[in-house]
Design a protein around this ligand. Structure first.
Ligand SMILES: [Mg+2]
Length: 173
């Protein structure tokens, strides 16, 4: 069950302490797309997100998108935000995390992964030994297959809450 507990829990991508990540040796920040960067039914990123990515790049952290969604879904965000992306990433499987480490020549300790789902984003990052950061999903609406994950996620959250390992809405970094 420990593998589902995020290292950091923030309300949104705008509330993450990127300075602290940088101080802790993070060089690359992997962002999930759906419900982390944008709601599932929105096809373009906001200027607010663009500004955040700019700020992150200015700090000499490298932001990239890693999404289980298809190429057509991911590319408009990659283009507007001017950051690299990995689509059909198959999180929580390790294959594409390893590929990212190889391409950007970074170690697992130098990577933080931000996402809204315990079963993909958090489990994937924790299994890899990367810093895992959970954010609240931007909207209640999920992608086609995500509703199953959410059902399981709610069960996991209930177990974690019983064990005092995690509580929804109780943010920490
Ligand atoms: Mg997501």
């Amino acid at each position: 069950m420990d593998k589902f507990v995020p290292d950091i829990y923030a309300q949104s991508i705008y509330r993450i302490n990127y300075d602290k990540l940088k101080k802790n040796g993070i060089k690359l920040v992997i962002f999930d797309l759906d419900n982390t960067i944008a709601p599932v039914d929105i096809k373009v990123s906001s200027n607010e997100t663009f500004d955040l990515m700019l700020k992150i790049k200015d700090m000499e952290l490298k932001p990239i998108i890693m999404s289980n969604s298809k190429k057509e879904r991911v590319l408009p965000f990659r283009n507007h935000l001017e950051i690299d992306s990995c689509y059909l990433s198959m999180k929580p499987l390790s294959k594409n995390y390893k590929k990212i480490m190889r391409i950007y020549d970074v170690k697992k300790e130098e990577i933080a992964c931000v996402g809204d789902q315990l079963l993909t984003d958090i489990l994937g990052a924790n299994k890899m030994g990367m810093t895992s950061i959970l954010v609240n999903p931007i909207s209640k609406k999920d992608g086609k297959w995500t509703f199953l994950n959410r059902k399981l996620e709610n069960i996991i959250i209930r177990i974690l809450e019983k064990k005092d390992l995690f509580k929804k809405g109780k943010y920490y970094d």
